[in-house]
Each structure stands twice: as C-alpha cells, then as structure tokens.
Ligand binder design. Structure first.
Ligand code: PLP
Length: 383
C-alpha cells in the first residue's frame, strides 16, 4: 500500500454539510459562507477582526496588496524560500518583488536581509510562516513600522500557529492570509481567508473580491432603488468563496483542534524516532510559540552518502511519498531571468533546498504509517 505524501481529511460531517448546501439551492456565496467567516473569527477569538473568505490564498494575497495601493514602481519584499504565489501577486499589480534570503535555522525570512533590501520604493513585506513555524513577527513589524512598510503575512501554513502566545491572524500586521488548499492544515478544496483589523482595507477587499461592486453604495440606495440596482466602482475580481466550499470549511474548522493535536503527535513521534540519524530535524518554536506542522521538513546531513533525490526515490520505492519544499524562487526560470537573480545572493535558501526532504505528515496517517516512514528512513540512511 502506497502512503501518499499528503491527503485531505474529509469526514461524513463535511459531506453532509455539502449535500445540505446542494439541496438548499445556495451553491455560490450565501449563508454558509457568512457562517464560515463568522466561525473563523470565533476561532481566532478576536472580535475586532474582519474575516473575508476568498477562493484561494493567492486571491487573498492579491486583494491584500491591491487594498494597500501597491502598484507599478513599488517594491514588495518576499523570501526566496516560498511558493511562487507569494511573489506572483506582486506582479499582478505591476509592482516589483524583491527576493531576500531566509534564516538558515528556521527557513523563515531573515530580518537582517529584509532590512538590507529596503529602499525608498519598498511598500510592503510578505513574511511566510514556513511549514507552520512563525516568522520573527515582532522584529519584522518593528522594522516595517519604522520604515512605513506594510506587513502582509502569508499564513498559508500557519493555521493554527501561536506566535508568543498570540494566534497568527491576530498579530499587529496589516493583513494575514490563510489557505484552504487541499493539502493545508484544513481544506475547503480550494479557498482562503483574508484577515484584517483595518476597516478601510476590509471594505476595499470586499468590494474587489466581487467585481468591484460596492455594497455601501448598494445598501445606501436600496431604500429608494429597485432591487436589481448595483454600482461598480472599480474593475474588481471574481474571488468569492462558494457555499459548497464554505460547507466543507465549517465542518473542518470544528475539527481543527483535533487536527493540530494529531499533527503534534505525529511530529513528536518523528522527533523521538529519527533523532539518532544523520539528518537535522525541523526547527522547534520557542517563547510561547507553536508549530502548525503543515510540513515536516528534514535536512539530510552532508555525510549521509546518498543524494537528496536518490533518498526520495528510495522512499518512493518503499511505498512512501515525500516532497521538497520549496524550489527557491530565485532558481525558477521566470523569477531568475526577469530579475537577474543569482545563487550567491541566497546562500541559506540554496543550502536548505539542496538537503531538504518533506516527510509525509497529515491527520489521516496512523502511528503505524508514521512507523513505516521511520523504518524506511532508517533503512535508507543506515544502509
Ligand atoms: C499553498 C500556498 C499558497 C497558496 O495557497 P492557495 O490557497 O493554493 O492559493 C501561498 N503561499 C504558500 C507559502 C503556500 O504554501
């Protein structure tokens, strides 16, 4: 039996909630989406937040930058060690992504590199909480505040993650964006949630999420305009989340605390059983922070006697799917060639990438599955 690298955990409650939506006649954005947003806000436990559902985290990041007025000539600082979505949204708006290296221990954006990359044109920074380990948000926000730079958290991996006792989503950044892609810590199939405390930004994101139709203008005139009336105030996007997707989200959210317990259990098992091998285990949170364990990234040691790629092939041959997170963006043809990026500028990303393997870790896995993974890793590295 092949153990895939990742699988979503969909139960009968999710399925029944979707059936309920299908039978109700509401298949696009409606009451379930409203409930999902409100439940999400309850989960984060902060009433001052606006939670705005979207059809992907990529859409959410795009809306975030748009609402902050990012455009041509502006620079947005992003880590090289991330998924391409973090940077592509900057290009959507004609702005320039500025790639910086990450910390060699945490895989998260290096605050020193961030600081060094700031110019008069820098408008925003997008830290990524890699694998579910929070970035140095206090340092990042303090540098950003001093230089008048907006902070957008790419929290695609960080649900739920505590940063010094506070849930990611409730920190002092401008906007936080979560992903509900199929392999994330909870899923709606495709989907995302944009979270902000800034009412002006929230208003703009809601308008741009659905064709640039202004609810305000709409509401103001409903009393004396016919029901079919609406006003378009900008060329917006089609980024709303459907009630079918939100149905899945409502039920996944109820299980999120169980999900994180299970992920912690599997991570702890790996730590216990792999600690004597020629590999480096993932960095652990400190200081009242927690890890969401979206990924379990290990670093193979240089003296291990097998290439990273052969290691992954050997795992596959033993019936276990592994992956690599990420191919740094400075090595991707589009980013490398458009911005003349070279390896010397990203020594930590390069070093992390060349030895990284992501082991399977998801809630559908049993401890027996985890044991299979451990035995396979042991055999390959000891043999
Ligand atoms: C998955 C992911 C995204 C994009 O999420 P979607 O919901 O698929 O758009 C963005 N950033 C990072 C770091 C991711 O891993």
């Amino acid at each position: 039996m092949f153990l895939p690298f990742a699988l979503p955990d969909i139960g009968d409650d999710e399925i029944n909630e979707v059936i309920d939506s299908l039978r109700s006649g509401w298949v696009t954005t409606g009451p379930k989406t409203k409930k999902f947003e409100s439940d999400f806000k309850d989960f984060l436990g902060d009433n001052s937040l606006d939670c705005i559902s979207v059809n992907s985290a990529t859409s959410g990041l795009h809306l975030a930058l748009e609402s902050l007025g990012i455009g041509p000539g502006d620079e947005v600082i992003v880590p090289s060690y991330t998924f391409t979505a973090t940077a592509e949204v900057v290009r959507y708006l004609g702005a320039t992504p500025v790639f910086v290296d990450v910390d060699i221990e945490t895989y998260n954006i290096s605050v020193k590199s961030f600081e060094k990359a700031i110019t008069f044109n820098t408008k925003a920074v997008i830290p990524v909480h890699f694998a579910g380990l929070p970035a140095d948000m206090n340092e990042i926000i303090s540098v950003a505040k001093e230089k008048n730079i907006f902070v957008i958290e790419d929290a695609a991996h960080a649900l739920p993650t505590l940063y010094k006792g506070m849930l990611v989503g409730t920190l002092n950044s401008d906007i936080t964006v979560f992903s509900f892609y199929a392999n994330k810590t909870m899923t709606t199939g495709e989907g995302g949630m944009l979270v902000t405390r800034n009412a002006e930004l929230a208003k703009r994101c809601k308008v741009m999420r659905l064709h640039g139709i202004s609810r305000d203008a709409f509401d103001r005139y409903t009393s004396n305009k016919p029901s079919w009336y609406y006003e378009v105030i900008a060329p917006g996007f089609k980024y709303n989340l459907s009630d079918i997707a939100s149905s899945i989200g409502i039920q996944q959210l109820k299980r999120l605390n169980y999900f994180i317990e299970k992920r912690n259990l599997l991570a702890a098992y790996y730590f216990e059983k792999l600690c004597d091998l020629p590999l480096k285990l993932p960095p652990l949170p400190s200081d009242g922070s927690t890890h969401a364990w979206h990924l379990f990234p290990i670093q193979l040691c240089e003296n291990r006697g097998i290439s990273r790629d052969s290691f992954i092939q050997s795992m596959y041959d033993k019936g276990i799917g592994c992956s690599v997170h990420f191919i740094p963006l400075h090595l991707q043809p589009y980013w490398r060639d458009t911005y003349n990026l070279n390896s010397e500028s990203f020594p930590n990303s390069e070093s992390l990438f060349s030895n990284e393997v992501s082991l399977p870790l998801y809630t559908k896995m049993s401890l027996d599955d985890a044991e299979r993974v451990v035995l396979a890793v042991r055999e390959i590295l000891n043999g």
